[in-house]
Design a binder for this molecule. Structure first.
Ligand SMILES: N[C@@H](CCC(=O)N[C@@H](CS)C(=O)NCC(=O)O)C(=O)O
Length: 176
């Protein structure tokens, strides 16, 4: 086992036990900015999972070596650093912490595969139809671009609310 770990340079790496518990020291650092909705989603997930972490605020106008080293592909926040290993992209991070800390905290995703697929569908929907247009509106250079992005958000919200109304009605009908 020792030789195997040495060949993979795993001798100092904490081992993820089955069920997701982490052995030895367990350190979580988050590269984020206060204004990032994607970083806020990760912070919310960390809080829901009851995990403590060190937040390292980033200046996106002058990106740190840490951010460039840990997210060389996109150079964006959020980045979670778990025991020195980076995980990028908010949804990937959230699913990672849900799996890595599966047995020690409440699950964020449903256990049923179909329900998981539905949850992922709405996560993707919110990202593309609400959060991305919100960022466009926030950073738009012209009033027209801003108005166009806000219109897209309103359409997205209507679909979301319409569906939740529909689901509530279906639930009520089923109970009746
Ligand atoms: N798809 C990414 C989006 C992350 C993102 O766009 N982050 C912005 C801050 S809100 C960023 O770091 N921007 C820096 C840049 O674009 O150079 C995720 O879900 O994590």
């Amino acid at each position: 086992k020792h030789q195997y770990n040495q060949s993979l340079n795993l001798q100092h790496t904490p081992i993820a036990r089955c069920g997701g518990e982490m052995a030895d020291e367990d350190e979580l650092k988050l590269l984020s900015t206060w204004a990032s909705p994607w970083a806020s989603m990760v912070k919310l997930a960390l809080h829901l999972k009851g995990l403590s972490y060190e937040n390292i605020e980033q200046d996106l106008n002058c990106k740190s070596d840490l951010l460039l080293a840990f997210n060389p592909v996109h150079k964006k926040v959020p980045v979670l650093i778990h025991n020195g290993k980076p995980i990028c992209e908010s949804v990937v991070i959230i699913e990672y912490i849900d799996e890595a800390y599966g047995s020690t905290s409440p699950s964020l995703l449903p256990t049923d595969p179909y329900e998981r697929a539905i949850a992922r569908f709405w996560v993707d929907y919110i990202d593309h139809k609400l959060v991305i247009p919100w960022k466009v509106a926030f950073t738009a250079n012209t009033e027209e671009d801003k108005i166009e992005a806000i219109k897209q958000i309103l359409v997205g919200v209507n679909v979301l609310e319409g569906d939740s109304q529909g689901m509530l009605q279906r639930e009520a009908l089923l109970r009746w």
